[in-house]
Design a protein around this ligand. Structure first.
Ligand SMILES: C[S@@+](CC[C@H](N)C(=O)[O-])C[C@H]1O[C@@H](n2cnc3c(N)ncnc32)[C@H](O)[C@@H]1O
Length: 202
């Protein structure tokens, strides 16, 4: 679950792993922004990448799973937005933007082990252009996810956990636990999305 091989295996199976639809907090927040360049880290099969591209963004989808990126590229092709997308195989835990900057850096449901998301937030902030935004959304640690192991639950995080990662030239815009319902194994479950949005000053 924390290494590319297990995700490659998951993305090599029959059918899609995810719905292909954009995530709710991405739609809520990115709809308020002017389209520019975006980076989606942990993009999986590319549901968010495709939606952003359809809104006029030029999007780089990034993931450590080569199989995930293959599926995302196929999804973008089928949706007719391949010309607004490109792909980058990266591990968020060692991510270095190498001077590249984006108007929006986003990540959804990336849960690195052992509280690693604070360091990931610091790394992703380095890829945000002046005046740009960093949007990070994840599952809050919750008893709802009974099927998960203890180490998986420890990898989940609260929005407020990420505030200390912000460099001085950023301001936090949204630090919230947002309620949402999701369907899992045919049942509707109440969850809360840890939602963290920050803006880099121009
Ligand atoms: C739960 S899925 C979410 C996919 C997509 N963001 C979505 O919401 O549909 C997590 C994704 O993050 C990727 N991932 C997990 N750990 C990663 C890491 N350290 N670096 C890059 N990608 C990672 C996995 O390969 C997987 O595609």
């Amino acid at each position: 679950m924390f290494e590319p091989s297990s995700w490659d295996e998951r993305y090599s199976g029959e059918g899609s792993v995810w719905s292909g639809k954009p995530n709710a907090q991405l739609v809520a927040e990115a709809s308020k922004l002017t389209p520019g360049t975006a980076l989606d880290v942990g993009c999986g099969e590319g549901g968010d990448v495709v939606w952003l591209a359809q809104q006029g963004w030029h999007v780089t989808g990034a993931d450590f799973s080569a199989k995930g990126l293959e599926r995302a590229a196929t999804h973008a092709q089928q949706a007719g937005v391949a010309d607004r997308t490109d792909w980058w195989q990266v591990d968020a835990r060692t991510f270095d933007a190498g001077g590249r900057q984006f108007d929006l850096v986003t990540t959804h449901f990336l849960h690195p082990p052992d509280g690693g998301m604070v360091d990931v937030a610091r790394r992703l902030a380095g890829a945000v252009a002046p005046g740009g935004h960093l949007l990070m959304v994840g599952h809050e640690p919750s008893a709802v996810f009974t099927q998960l192991s203890e180490s998986h639950r420890r990898a989940m995080w609260f929005a407020a956990d990420l505030v200390p990662a912000l460099p001085d030239d950023f301001e936090a815009v949204v630090v919230e636990q947002r309620p949402r319902t999701m369907v899992r194994d045919g049942e509707t479950v109440d969850v809360r999305d840890s939602t963290f949005l920050a803006r880099r000053r121009p």
